[in-house]
Structures are given as structure tokens and as C-alpha cells.
Design a protein around this ligand. Structure first.
Ligand code: URP
Ligand code: ZN
Ligand code: ZN
Length: 472
């Protein structure tokens, strides 16, 4: 038994003084003046107590171009935990041939023995033939009620609009949720080929060839398809002011559309890609403008976006130079693969451990978010949308004891050393933070204690999710 005493509990709804009693893996009491003899007592006075973060958007151990994302399902989970996140959801690629089930099995092979925090899967639907359509409902038996579709990556991952409409219909029929990558693949292909023909090979051309108008168009198209199918839709990694406008337009008219953004879209712009290390910021969709950053912040403040995830998909900046990770030298080919051609730079960046500390200092600390909005956006809302609430994302009797004790007074200069992400850079290097997780519990077990890692591979559980996700 564990008694967390004298802290201020922060939930999505309210902040209040209370004690929490944990028995085994669950929260069994929440109340004032709990005094339980025999319990190990953690004194949280002066600290904040929050539900563990839920990051619904990661890509661990994902093959891309001639390499693989540099965090696997152990190192990525560990980094998540150090940043206060105790649940992650990763995307399973649809096998090039073979059933969806084979993709799920492969992801279990990659993840199960390595998992250090709890995890779920989404399924990418990147080919919609009759067989795939028949297999989609069977994903529910595998605990996967969420499907991701793409309007970009022509010839690789993209579905046509009619196919996306069909997925939305199927998802609705079976109580599933569709997730959308909203960019315009046709515009991108034309601009990329024009840029290469003109000899433009540097990193900034990644952003210049993936314009925001294409993303705005794609958000509205996705919302319109969802409205027409009367199906819920979750738009991942939203990144433009215009996209937020389209989301608002659709929601005001009753469409069941929700939006996620990620820290990178709140702070960085296309200008970052112009520097000599611009490849560090390459991901898809790309960084946009300061006006887009500001609009996304406003949408978070006004509850017009529902989730801050990460799209964590890290690569080394220079994968020829090893870093030390848990006493071993590790190097994994990374962004240098595209030093002569921006189309060969692996797309993605590290963020899973950064999300909570960065959003706390620059969201709550800077006055964009209340502490309750912070918990809603990073934990409770994703738990609700993805069918995990109130097991996750809550500090309620019966919830898993995934608990973060947050020290709001800690000041530190953040960077690659704090984040524990297995890569050689951090986008927030040198940023001054105030507030950081001090202790992190996963189902009642202390896994992070200051700088000490107490978690281990294999202790994370696969979250068999059902159809109970909410539209919020
Ligand atoms: O660049 C990114 N975001 N890589 C991951 C794949 C995706 O589209 O989310
Ligand atoms: Zn995507
Ligand atoms: Zn992604």
C-alpha cells in the first residue's frame, strides 16, 4: 500500500488538496486526511499530483527509407516515463502483402518484451482492397479500435478520398475511430518534382514542397468526408491556422471531428529548416509560420483542439557518430542520409519525453493553459478519445495508479541529457524550464525517481482497447 499525502491533485476538471491511497496497481481511495496504517507514505507537500501522461501518437522502431526510428519500444517508453508519460499508442504499418493481423503480430514481437510503460496500437490502413475491408472489424478482437489513413505519401501510404470515405463508413459501422494524416499528396508530388528538377536539395525544401494550403484543404476534405459518413474523425498532428479554422467550421456544424497538435508545431517555423542543422526539424507535416504557432496556441487555450500528442519518430541528426545509451555505444543512420537530397531525410523527430515538461513551462507557465487544461490535453482527453478512460487519464478510485508527482518549483536547463530519448539531439536544447516530474508511478510501481530509472523492459502492458472511445 502506498499513501501519497499532502499534494495538490490536478485533474482535467479541478485542482484540490487530497491524499491518494494505492493498493496494488489501482487507486483505492482519494480523500482528505486518509490515514492508513501500514502504508508506505510519500510526502507530496508543495508538489502537484497528476495522472500519468497519455501520448496517443508515437512511432517506435519504425522502418523508414534506409533506416529505422532510433527509439524502440523500450528506449522510447523509458524516455516517455522520464517526461511523465505512462501510456503510449503506436502505429502498426499495414503489411505490404498479407493480413492486418500479421502487422499486429509483428508489432507485438517488437513491443511486448521491451515495453516499459503501458501501450496500445493503432492500425494504418494504406491499402483498401476487399480483403482489408473484411479484416478491419477483426482488429477489435486484437484490441485495436483505431485506424489511421493518409491523404499524402502518394504511391506508398495514401488512400484516395473515396477509400477514406469507405474506411469512415466501416469504422462507424463497427464503432471504431478513424485518424487522418491531412496533407495534399498531389500538390506535394508536383512541388517535390519541380524542386528537384530545379536543383533544390536542401532541408528547407521539405517544408516548401508541403505547403500549408494543402494541409488546410485536407483538413476540410477529411472533415467533410467524416460529416458525410456521420462518423467520428481524429485529425493527427494539426499544424496550420487554416486547419484550425476548418476544424472549428466543421465542429460548429456538428461534425464529430477532433484535432491533435504536437509541441513542435507550437514553437518552430519553416525558418528553422534553413539553418545548417535544419534536418533536425524535418517531419511531415512540416514546420509552418509564427502565425500558425500562435493560432494553434489559441486553439489549445480555447479548447478548440482536444489533444497534444507528439508524433515522436526520432532519428539521429548524425547517425555516423555513436552516442552512449545505458553504457553502450549506439549509432543508427539518421538525417545525414539526406544531406544531398531533402527527400531522403527520414521524416520525424523526438518529442515523447519533452511533451509534458515543455507544455508545462510554455503552456501553463506562460499563461496559455490552465493546469487543468494541461492535464486534459496531455492525459484525460486522449484517454477518453481512445477508450482508456477512466482506467487511464484519471485520479479516481479504480483508475490505474499511473501517477506523476510534479515539482512545480524545479528549474533546469533542458536538453538531450534530460530527455533520455535515444538520439543525438533535442529540439529544446538549452531551454529554461520551471516544473518537472519528480516521481512517476506505473500501476502503483515507482519507475522514475528523480534521475533514477527503476522501470524495466517487459513491465508495460498491452492495452486491449474496445469501442468505448468518446467524441469530445
Ligand atoms: O514525419 C513524420 N511525422 N513521421 C511519422 C509518420 C507520420 O505521418 O505521422
Ligand atoms: Zn501522419
Ligand atoms: Zn505520426
Amino acid at each position: 500500500m502506498l499513501l501519497i499525502k499532502s499534494g495538490t491533485l490536478i485533474t482535467a476538471e479541478k485542482s484540490f488538496e487530497a491524499n491518494i491511497l494505492v493498493e496494488g496497481e489501482k487507486i483505492t481511495q482519494v480523500g482528505e486526511n486518509l490515514d492508513v496504517s501500514g502504508a508506505e507514505v510519500i510526502d507530496a507537500s508543495g508538489k502537484l499530483v497528476m495522472p500519468g501522461g497519455v501520448d496517443p501518437h508515437t512511432h517506435f522502431d519504425l522502418e523508414m527509407f534506409d533506416t529505422v526510428s532510433s527509439d524502440d519500444h523500450y528506449t522510447g517508453h523509458k524516455a516517455a516515463a522520464f517526461g511523465g508519460t505512462t501510456t503510449v499508442m503506436d502505429f502498426v504499418p499495414q503489411p505490404a502483402d498479407g493480413p492486418l493481423e500479421a502487422g499486429v503480430e509483428l508489432w507485438h514481437e517488437k513491443a511486448d518484451a521491451k515495453a516499459a510503460i503501458d501501450f496500445g496500437f493503432h492500425m494504418n490502413i494504406t491499402r483498401l482492397d476487399k480483403k482489408t475491408a473484411a479484416e478491419i472489424p477483426r482488429l477489435l478482437d486484437m484490441g485495436i479500435p483505431t485506424l489511421k489513413v493518409f491523404m499524402a505519401y502518394n504511391g506508398r501510404l495514401r488512400l484516395q478520398d473515396g477509400e477514406i470515405f469507405k474506411v469512415l463508413q466501416l469504422a462507424k459501422q463497427h464503432g471504431m475511430l478513424t485518424m487522418l494524416h491531412a496533407e495534399n499528396g498531389d500538390i506535394i508530388d508536383i512541388l517535390v518534382s519541380e524542386a528537384l528538377s530545379a536543383g533544390h536539395t536542401s532541408a528547407v525544401w521539405h517544408a516548401r514542397t508541403r505547403p500549408s494550403w494543402g494541409a488546410v484543404d485536407a483538413v476540410l476534405r477529411g472533415a467533410a468526408l467524416a460529416a458525410q459518413a456521420d462518423a467520428p474523425l481524429y485529425i493527427v498532428h494539426m499544424n496550420t491556422a487554416g486547419g484550425v479554422d476548418q476544424l472549428r467550421y466543421a465542429r460548429e456544424r456538428g461534425a464529430q471531428v477532433m484535432g491533435e497538435t504536437c509541441p513542435q508545431y507550437l514553437f518552430f517555423t519553416q525558418e528553422h529548416l534553413r539553418s545548417s542543422d535544419g534536418a533536425k526539424w524535418i517531419c511531415s507535416p512540416p514546420m509552418r509560420s509564427g502565425q500558425d504557432n500562435a493560432s494553434l496556441w489559441q486553439a489549445l487555450s480555447q479548447d478548440e483542439l482536444q489533444v497534444v500528442g507528439t508524433d515522436h519518430c526520432p532519428f539521429f541528426f548524425d547517425g555516423t557518430q555513436p552516442i552512449e545509451y545505458e553504457g553502450q555505444e549506439v549509432s543508427i543512420p539518421g538525417k545525414e542520409l539526406g544531406s544531398e537530397d531533402f527527400t531522403k531525410i527520414p521524416n520525424g523527430l523526438p518529442a515523447v519525453g519533452d511533451r509534458l515538461p515543455i507544455m508545462w513551462t510554455f503552456g501553463v507557465g506562460a499563461g496559455h493553459l490552465t493546469e487543468n487544461q494541461f492535464v486534459a490535453l496531455t492525459s484525460t482527453n486522449p484517454a477518453k478519445i481512445f477508450g482508456l478512460y477512466p482506467r487511464k487519464g484519471a485520479l479516481q478510485v479504480g483508475s490505474d495508479a499511473d501517477i506523476v508527482i510534479w515539482d512545480p518549483k524545479i528549474k533546469l536547463t533542458y536538453g538531450v541529457d534530460h530527455s533520455h530519448q535515444r538520439t543525438d539531439y533535442n529540439l529544446f536544447e538549452g531551454w529554461e524550464l520551471k516544473g518537472f516530474p519528480e516521481k512517476v508511478f506505473l500501476r502503483g510501481r515507482l519507475i522514475v525517481d528523480g534521475e533514477r530509472w527503476l522501470g524495466e523492459a517487459g513491465m508495460g502492458q498491452f492495452l486491449q482497447r474496445g469501442v468505448g472511445g468518446q467524441v469530445i
